[in-house]
Design a protein around this ligand. Structure first.
Ligand code: SF4
Ligand code: SF4
Length: 386
């Protein structure tokens, strides 16, 4: 008789909440692609429960990648009438899989690099010779060269309170436009902002089942936050939202667009007109984890004359954490319908709040190996600030 899994009770508690109604199935992109029950949320819940009960060994539960293929988009969770905590089930299930089926070397190297953001930028600048990450540079452009962020941004006028801006690991280099834009906007709205040092929240480690490393990163961030006197933590990446929310608790955590769109002082600001057609991609995590699917659109609508196009309903682009790196062909197939839609719309620029989605889309939508112009919605918005 095998030893019970440490995650057994929690996995079964979550799985037992599923009433097998199937209402989540039409929302699941992998089920839409395959029509196979084991590639659906309901099927994955059953497989995970069987694994937790010791009836299926992990390798058998994940046969043909049934559990590994899950994109973690959480569309099933948002649609579930029984409020099944699918995100937690997925994380715990991946922990179990990882113990018996260690990830490839390149994934472990990437996870290490994310914990060391300076090394990540240096290595990516050196080109395609990074042996543990073959071909990565051809899929990811070098980071932009904007100056680093100040440690503190004062409020313009009487401060309303002090926020912390989480700049992340990869995002501390690749999202500088968005972070500079956020500081400018927040300052105009009379928020003081402390900028946290570059660090990883552990979201990708959680997604890949590396629970210990994720917990270490979470503790590190929590210790840093405890030393500061803040009213909230803000960030520009919906993919980090849940990891940050758990690390920072009880400090409130807000994705920046969701935070700004609710700020009544935003009405004081004016934006210059833009004669542009803009494609907007709303990430799965913005819709299903932050649960602010309209925040980016509503903010951008403050720019007079802007023509916005966004697919309805919004769809997963396939980037899905490291899924786009782990299985590029599958991720590219996932992108096909979205790519055709955006190409038909012919936007001048593509806006996407999630860095992983943006890089994946910019590469997939551009013709023959080029990158389409793409940026964070906040960077675009602030360039039109009057
Ligand atoms: S996860 Fe929720 S929506 Fe899906 S089958 Fe179970 S109870 Fe129904
Ligand atoms: S998280 Fe997304 S891909 Fe995974 S089962 Fe749920 S809907 Fe399907």
């Amino acid at each position: 008789m095998p030893e019970p899994l440490p995650e057994r009770d929690e996995l079964l508690r979550i799985a037992d909440a599923c009433v097998q109604c199937g209402l989540c199935l039409p929302h699941c992109p992998t089920y839409a692609d395959t029509g196979i029950e084991t590639e659906s949320p309901r099927g994955r819940i059953l497989l995970t429960a069987a694994m937790a009960r010791g009836r299926l060994p992990p390798a058998e539960a994940d046969r043909d990648g049934a559990l590994s293929h899950c994109l973690g988009c959480r569309a099933c969770e948002a649609a579930c009438p029984a409020h099944v905590d699918y995100g937690r089930l997925l994380r715990l299930g991946r922990q179990v899989l990882r113990r018996t089926m260690p990830p490839p070397r390149w994934q472990r190297a990437l996870e290490w690099l994310l914990c060391h953001p300076r090394w990540l930028a240096v290595l990516l600048r050196t080109g395609d010779r990074i042996r543990p990450l073959p071909g990565l540079r051809s899929r990811i452009p070098p980071p932009p060269t904007q100056p680093s962020l100040p440690a503190f941004q004062p409020a313009q006028g009487r401060p309303r309170g002090r926020l912390a801006l989480f700049q992340g690991c990869v995002a501390s280099h690749w999202e500088r436009d968005a972070h500079h834009a956020a500081l400018r906007l927040l300052s105009r709205l009379r928020w003081e902002v402390e900028v946290l040092p570059a660090a990883c929240c552990g979201a990708l480690h959680r997604h890949g089942g590396a629970a210990d490393r994720a917990a270490g990163l979470s503790r590190h961030l929590a210790a840093d936050l405890r030393q500061r006197r803040l009213i909230a933590l803000v960030h520009a990446g919906s993919g980090c939202h849940e990891a940050l929310r758990e690390a920072a608790a009880p400090l409130p955590v807000h994705e920046l667009c969701a935070f700004l769109v609710r700020d009544p002082e935003l009405d004081r600001l004016r934006f210059r007109p833009a004669d542009a057609r803009v494609g907007l991609h709303v990430a799965c995590t913005q819709r299903n984890v932050v649960r602010a699917p309209d925040a980016e659109r509503v903010l951008l609508e403050r720019i007079p004359g802007l023509e916005l196009c966004a697919p309805a309903p919004a769809a997963c682009c396939g980037a899905a954490g490291i899924e786009g790196l782990r299985d590029p062909q599958r991720a590219a197939r996932r992108l096909t319908a979205l790519r055709d839609w955006y190409r038909a719309q012919a936007p001048d620029v593509l806006l996407a709040g999630n860095l992983g989605c943006r890089l994946h889309l910019a590469r997939g939508l551009a013709p023959s190996g080029a990158m389409l112009e793409a940026e964070h919605p906040l960077a675009f918005l602030v360039r039109h600030l009057a």
